[in-house]
Design a protein around this ligand. Structure first.
Ligand code: HEM
Length: 442
């Protein structure tokens, strides 16, 4: 679907911008600051120019709700997520309406209770072993270490590969290149560009996944990939080879990069707020010794609060794009068909309209007596909402809790260097410098 002409959007107030780049550099540097400035100066509906296209922001929690719940079936996710079109085509998030619903129903089978129990049983001991091998008393960069760990977990649980399989290093590099390409300024696959590297990585990953299909379809493996190879809908129709690899490529990226970013934000906050680290360590000690059991997940309310606060301050998916399939009106502003529309999930979670002192790390804001996230149904929405709400929400919560028990049950985490940590917020937040930390035995 073609975007509307600049003239068709001229009635919508526009943020000041640079020639050629528009607002792209500001969005990549600090989307929250752009939102604060623009909504104060221009109101709740304004436009910015990002990656050479005008995009309209509905800048309120009501706007997030309207876009994500989509009561009028107006918004396409496939045509919204154009930054991912060539890198993750036909992934679940890049499908719409009935087609999306049919595919999601099949994928949902891999997240049913019995499957989650088996993932926990696979994940907990492997994760515990990997954390036990981390260096003690010497500086290391947390972000690359956790990315490596979540990818190995993903390859284990989702692909049935051993956690120490050498292939996971190549997978990791492939996903890094795919994600980096999603926000490349130059979007032509010219040699030696970031975009080209992303597309090459996709081709290589697809080749690797395709090579596994036949064996997995005939086997009885319980890993996610094997399940996808054998999955059928209600009419007994299974996915084609290309559907399997497209879904899988997207899912592996969605599963490990987001959780790695969220865990890095948590560990960063905990290393700077030792009192919270000690509170979580006590909660973890109260769980008792032995393997991680299912019931422990419900006995970690403080960990839940810290996870929520980290996702509020540093959401892995801060901006959710859609494209309007028909003309519509929002807050009295007419918005034409074809417009790229953004749900400002991240900026809303940092807005004083919904949170007291939003820049302060304060997990108590999620305690039952304060419950600031209840100020609006979409005041806290790091997992999105509506038809595309994150399918891996419970999986990632489980992984976070299992990881933190393994980490804080053993170690104290301290920053290796004094001073503030700078973050690169997009495409998925990561700390500049990799977040150097030091572990001390408790
Ligand atoms: C902290 C971790 C995570 C965060 C913050 C997160 C966030 C999100 C968000 C915001 C969306 C919706 C995007 C949209 O509406 O356009 C989404 C969708 C999705 N997520 Fe996650 N995610 C996380 C972890 C995971 C994990 C662990 C998995 C898989 C195991 C996963 C798989 C997916 C899939 C397949 C979709 C597409 C759903 C659909 O279109 O129906 N995510 N995620």
């Amino acid at each position: 679907m073609q975007p509307p002409s600049a003239a068709a959007l001229a009635h919508i107030p526009a943020a000041p911008q640079l020639p050629i780049f528009g607002n792209t550099l500001e969005v990549l540097k600090d989307p929250n600051a752009l939102y604060r400035r623009s909504s104060a100066a221009l109101g709740k509906v304004y436009r910015i120019k990002f990656l050479n296209e005008w995009r309209v922001s509905l800048a309120s929690a009501d706007g997030v709700e309207y876009i994500l719940m989509d009561p009028d079936h107006l918004f396409s996710s496939e045509h919204g997520w154009t930054v991912l079109t060539e890198l993750f085509p036909r992934g679940l998030m890049l499908r719409d309406f009935d087609d999306h619903r049919a595919h999601r129903r099949i994928m949902q089978a891999a997240f049913r209770k019995s499957a989650m129990d088996s993932y926990l049983a696979m994940m907990a001991p492997a994760l515990d072993d990997m954390v036990a091998q981390w260096p003690v008393g010497q500086q290391f960069e947390f972000y690359p270490a956790i990315k490596n760990l979540t990818l190995r977990m993903g390859a284990n649980v989702f692909m049935g590969l051993p956690v120490d399989a050498p292939a996971t290093d190549a997978l990791n590099r492939g996903f890094i290149d795919e994600i980096a390409a999603s926000v490349a300024l130059l979007r032509k696959p010219l040699p030696y560009t970031k975009y080209r590297r992303g597309l090459d990585a996709r081709a290589h990953l697809i080749e690797q996944f395709s090579a596994l299909i036949e064996e997995r379809r005939d086997g009885d493996g319980q890993d996610f990939f094997s399940q996808m190879c054998r999955a059928t809908d209600e009419d007994g129709k299974s996915w084609t080879d290309s559907e399997i690899v497209d879904h899988f490529n997207f899912l592996m990226m969605a599963a490990h990069d987001t959780t790695a970013s969220a865990l890095t934000a948590m560990v960063w906050a905990l290393s700077e707020h030792v009192e919270w680290q000690d509170r979580l360590a006590r909660e973890i000690a109260d769980l008792g010794p032995g393997p991680f059991e299912q019931d422990m997940l419900d006995r970690m309310p403080l960990t839940d609060m810290v996870f929520k606060e980290a996702l509020r301050m540093m959401p892995p998916v801060p901006l959710i794009p859609r494209r309007a399939m028909r003309d519509f009106e929002w807050n009295g502003v007419k918005i034409p068909a074809g417009t790229s529309v953004t749900a400002l999930v991240g900026p809303i979670m940092m807005s004083p309209e919904y949170y007291t002192d939003p820049e302060t790390f304060d997990p108590e804001r999620f305690s039952p007596n304060r419950a600031e996230d209840r100020s609006h149904r979409f005041a806290w929405a790091p997992f999105g909402g509506g038809a595309h709400k994150c399918i891996g929400l419970h999986f990632s919560t489980m992984q976070v809790k299992v990881f933190l028990r393994a980490l804080l049950g053993r170690y104290k985490v301290l920053p290796a260097k004094p001073g503030p940590v700078a973050w690169k917020p997009l495409p998925i937040p990561q700390p500049k410098g990799g977040l150097p930390v030091v572990l001390q035995r408790r």
